[in-house]
Design a protein around this ligand. Structure first.
Ligand SMILES: [Fe+2]
Ligand SMILES: [Fe+2]
Length: 266
C-alpha cells in the first residue's frame, strides 16, 4: 500500500472562528492535499459539534478520523453526545470515522490507528480545584453531582476510557507493529509544560490522565519490538517526548496553520 499522509490537528475550537476564518482554514487543509485528516478533540463546543463535523465532512474531500475532547461535550451529556455522533457517522460511511467507536483502524500491514477521548483523572497536583472547572458546569453528568462526587466521577470516566483503550491496544498489537493512539488528554505529565512550574499544582490534575499513561507503559513493556505513538492535545501547548524505548508522545498546539503536523503512514 502506498504511503498515506495524515494531516493532524487538535483543539480547533471552531466555535471561536468567524465564517471567513473557517473558510480560510478549510482552504488551507485542501491546499496541503493530505490523504486523511486526523482530529484529537476540542473540535468545537458541544452545542455546535454535529454542525461543525458535518460542515467539515461536506467541505473536505478527505476522510476524517476523529475523537472529541472535553469541550465537545459542553451543553450536553456524555451519553447523548456519543449517541449524536453515532447517528451522524452513519450518514457518511467511508468519510467520517469516530475512532472511539472502532476497536482499531488498520492503514497498512504495519500501521494501525486506535483511540478514544480519555479524561483527566486528578491524580497529580492539587485536585480539589477541579470541582470548579467549567466541565462540571457545562456537562450534565457532572453538574448533577455534588461537588464532592465530581472528582471521583472524572476518575470513573477516565478509568472507563483507559480500559477501552487497553482492549484496543492489545488487539492492535496482535496484528500490527506500529500503533498510533489518539487521546485528547495527555497521558504523561512530562508531555505537558506544567511540571516544575509555579502553577503545576493547578494544571496537572486537569491536564493528565495518569492511569492511561500507566496502562500504555505496562502493555508496551510486553511488546518491546513494537512501537506506540500517542497523539493528544488539550493543553494547547506543543510538545514531543520519548516516554520509553518504544513509546513516543506528541501533544499538538492549538495553532491550525502549523506546517509540521503531517504524519506519514508507511
Ligand atoms: Fe482545547
Ligand atoms: Fe480539552
Amino acid at each position: 500500500m502506498a504511503v498515506q499522509k495524515a494531516l493532524w490537528y487538535s483543539d480547533l475550537h471552531l466555535n471561536f472562528l468567524s465564517e471567513k476564518k473557517l473558510t480560510l482554514f478549510i482552504d488551507s487543509i485542501i491546499s496541503r492535499n493530505p490523504d486523511l485528516v486526523w482530529l484529537t478533540g476540542d473540535i468545537t463546543t458541544g452545542k455546535k459539534l454535529i454542525e461543525h463535523l458535518e460542515l467539515l465532512v461536506n467541505r473536505l474531500p478527505f476522510p476524517i478520523y476523529f475523537i472529541i475532547g472535553n469541550h465537545d461535550y459542553w451543553g450536553s451529556s456524555i451519553e447523548q453526545t456519543h449517541e449524536n455522533i453515532r447517528e451522524l457517522v452513519k450518514k457518511y460511511p467511508g468519510r467520517l470515522f469516530w475512532v472511539s467507536d472502532k476497536l482499531s483502524l488498520p492503514f497498512s500491514e504495519s500501521t494501525v490507528l486506535i483511540g478514544n477521548e480519555g479524561w483527566y483523572d486528578a491524580m497529580l497536583g492539587w485536585p480539589r480545584h477541579l470541582v470548579f472547572t467549567w466541565d462540571w458546569f457545562h456537562i450534565s453528568n457532572f453538574r448533577a453531582l455534588g461537588c464532592c462526587k465530581r472528582i471521583t466521577s472524572f476518575q470513573k470516566v477516565a478509568a472507563d476510557f483507559t480500559s477501552k483503550m487497553r482492549e484496543s491496544l492489545l488487539s492492535a498489537l496482535n496484528t500490527h507493529d506500529h500503533v498510533y493512539a489518539m487521546t485528547h488528554i495527555p497521558p504523561w505529565a512530562e508531555a505537558t509544560h506544567d511540571v516544575g512550574t509555579f502553577f503545576g499544582w493547578f494544571w496537572l490534575p486537569y491536564n493528565v490522565s495518569v492511569k492511561m499513561g500507566m496502562m500504555f507503559k505496562e502493555v508496551m513493556e510486553q511488546f518491546p519490538n513494537k512501537k506506540l505513538t500517542v497523539l493528544c492535545g488539550h493543553t494547547h501547548s506543543k510538545k514531543s517526548v520519548q516516554i520509553s524505548g518504544n513509546i513516543n508522545c506528541h501533544v499538538a498546539g492549538a495553532d491550525m496553520y502549523r506546517l509540521d503536523n503531517l504524519i506519514e503512514l508507511a
